[in-house]
Write a protein of this length. Sequence first.
Length: 236
Amino acid sequence: MKKMFIIVLVTLFVSPCVRAGEKWLEGYHKVLVIGAHPDDPESMCGGTMIKLQQSGVEVVCVYLTSGEAGIPGKTHAQAREIRRAESLVACDIMGVRPVFMTQVDGNTEINKDRYAEMLTLIQTEQPDMVITHWPIDSHRDHRNCAILVYDAWRQSGHSFDLYYTEVMTGLQTQNFTPTLWVDITATRAKKLQAYLCHDSQGTADNVAKFHDAMEMMRGMECQATYAEAFVQQLWK
Ligand SMILES: [Zn+2]
């Protein structure tokens, strides 16, 4: 009887974190989320970033480019200024530190120098976890970002745990079958607030067309209202 009472108590009061199977998220101290464009980190896993930040983890939001090609009618310089400003506000809302790398939106490169640049970022920041794009994606910049991070993971001697996540699944992320989930029900409002800072990208439309459905679908997969989903890069 006593045992049954304890089981009922545990079932009733178990945290959403445990219900979503988030043990894998514990024990990290510094997390880099590396996205190709301003708004990618926020849309991919903003809810998780906020959750980590609120639990005392240092979270760094890395933008591979500054979204130079992302505003019709604006020059690269104008778009860079607008999108960096949007990113700064978004990061402030999430309580994370922004880092802008030097690649150019729509023209990202994979070569020896760019591999070295990503490795230098990793060696400078020394994260124990990195989250980036799932590598099969219709957008070249997203694919390139994932490959650069994967290479830095190898070159650093697997110095951090590497996770992939999705952005606009169907239109951009393809063939993504997650194995890990984070319940973002409690942090979703703040995630949306941060994502909507990227107003130049039609983010309100994207929420209605993509993110609502994605986050509810991932939530159904882990018995949460809203969730974000991940795959870990394995090597052993
Ligand atoms: Zn993007």
